[in-house]
Write a protein that binds this ligand. Structure first.
Ligand SMILES: Cc1cc2nc3c(=O)[nH]c(=O)nc-3n(C[C@H](O)[C@H](O)[C@H](O)COP(=O)(O)OP(=O)(O)OC[C@H]3O[C@@H](n4cnc5c(N)ncnc54)[C@H](O)[C@@H]3O)c2cc1C
Length: 401
């Protein structure tokens, strides 16, 4: 049995640790934080993420968590609806909102049932340990308290700012323009049928979104130009600016409750794909290998699909075969990630073009009764892979830990 050190207990690290420990490997999982309540990372599980969880044998775990199926996706221009596409849009399951914090807690609980898992919360990796040979094989990690952990393979699942990636000298390439978001939350309850869809809101040169989260609070985003300063408004001013993006009935209900509005909180998102996901003794997965844009909720889903493929290859390899297995993981996962990042980018560029051209925005809004159905058809074609992933991207047989 192999010794793995998994750095980072997000969706990638937790699911991988659970799968490897379930097949008897010695896994040390560590995370710099001690709690899963973290800066907002989204709750949306696409059918392709639910499929990965099902292949991991975790469908019953998800079924026991609080959740809400998303009703659909609605695009509003200047307060007029361009179209609404209802879930499940041809998939077997709808996009489902599950509080990420609860999903991670449940995954950890399952993982801790495996006797070969060691969990080290509140421990950060400070540096990678490697041989003095020209190959400089990674042999383990040193923690910030000075302790050293030896491993046959270190798996870096430490997210978009990955220290493991930087220390290993693996460079992010194919960098797409990042996103700067302002994030707001309006705690529930909200008695209105307006937010059961994910609403994209475009008006007056600004782009935002509003959707009821899995915990019943309304989550709102306001897109900033990268690097731009946060506009200065008091809470009432922000409520008015957000309401100005919405159609009148939605805005009226929103403003009734807006005294509970929390935020803004700035979230800066880097997007890219690492040139190589592995080097001897090391593999990167999830956002550490390919920081995903939040556009159309891909990151958790891709992280889970990475872990499933990684568990399949790493779990059945001897220590001497792990580098080859890491290479296979990248070979199998790269095409899906490249495709999803291209689709996210084209969705973002289209939104940007419409959002920032007054002529285009007003024409589309005015002609929405005629152009809406066509726009919906084009949009839905792009959504299929974003929801279902690429055919054949997962191992044929489900893992049975
Ligand atoms: C605003 C926003 C909304 C989003 N919405 C969605 C959505 O609805 N659906 C979706 O699928 N995706 C969404 N995403 C993307 C998604 O959150 C990420 O892609 C996903 O969390 C990546 O999972 P991961 O396991 O690779 O990394 P992470 O979830 O980032 O986990 C990394 C972990 O590593 C730990 N760590 C970092 N450095 C160290 C260190 N040195 N030592 C030890 N531990 C360390 C961190 O504490 C963290 O727990 C969104 C992202 C943003 C920014």
């Amino acid at each position: 049995m192999n010794r793995f050190v998994v750095v980072g207990a997000g969706p990638a690290g937790l699911s991988l640790s659970y799968l490897l420990a379930s097949s008897g490997h010695a896994v040390t999982l560590l995370d710099s934080t001690t709690s899963f309540s973290r800066q907002f990372r989204g709750d949306a599980l696409m059918p392709c993420g639910l499929e990965a969880l099902s292949h991991m044998g975790l469908s019953s775990l998800v079924a026991e968590l609080p959740q809400r199926p998303l009703q659909g996706w609605s695009v509003w221009l200047q307060g007029r609806q361009l179209f609404q596409a209802n879930e499940p849009m041809g998939s077997l399951q709808p996009c489902t909102l599950v509080p990420q914090e609860r999903l991670l807690e449940a995954l950890l609980e399952r993982a801790l049932q495996q006797p070969s898992l060691q969990w080290l919360p509140g421990r950060s990796v400070q540096r990678l340990l490697h041989d003095d040979t020209p190959e400089a094989r990674i042999r383990g990690v040193q923690l910030s308290d000075g302790r050293c952990l030896q491993a046959d393979l270190v798996v870096g699942c430490d997210g978009r700012q990955s220290l493991v990636r930087r220390q290993a000298g693996l460079k992010l390439r194919n960098k797409a323009p990042g996103l700067d978001l302002l994030w707001f939350e309006l705690p529930g309850p909200l008695q209105s049928g307006h937010w059961e869809c994910f609403n994209t809101l475009v008006a007056g040169g600004a782009i935002g979104s509003a959707c009821l989260g899995a915990n019943g609070s309304l989550q709102l985003a306001w897109l900033l130009q990268p690097g731009a300063a946060v506009p200065k408004h008091d809470p009432a001013g922000w409520a008015r600016r957000l309401a100005a993006l919405m159609p009148a009935p939605m805005a009226a209900v929103f403003l009734e409750h807006a005294d509970r509005l929390q935020g803004p909180r700035r979230v800066s998102v880097e997007v890219g794909l690492v040139e190589r996901w592995h080097r001897p003794g090391l593999l990167l997965l999830g956002d550490a290998a390919h920081p995903m844009s939040p556009v159309r909720a891909q990151g958790i889903n891709m992280a889970l699909r990475d872990s499933l493929v990684a568990a399949h290859w790493l779990g059945r390899s001897s220590a001497a075969e792990l580098d080859h297995a890491a290479m296979q993981v990248e070979r199998l996962r790269r095409p899906e990630i490249e495709r999803m990042q291209r689709l996210q980018q084209s969705e973002a560029s289209q939104g940007h073009r419409i959002g920032h051209s007054a002529l285009l925005r007003h024409s589309l809004a005015w002609l929405s009764p005629v152009l809406g159905p066509l726009a919906q058809r084009v949009w839905m074609q792009r959504q299929k892979p974003l929801r279902q992933g690429l055919a054949g991207a997962l191992p044929a047989a489900p893992l049975s830990p």
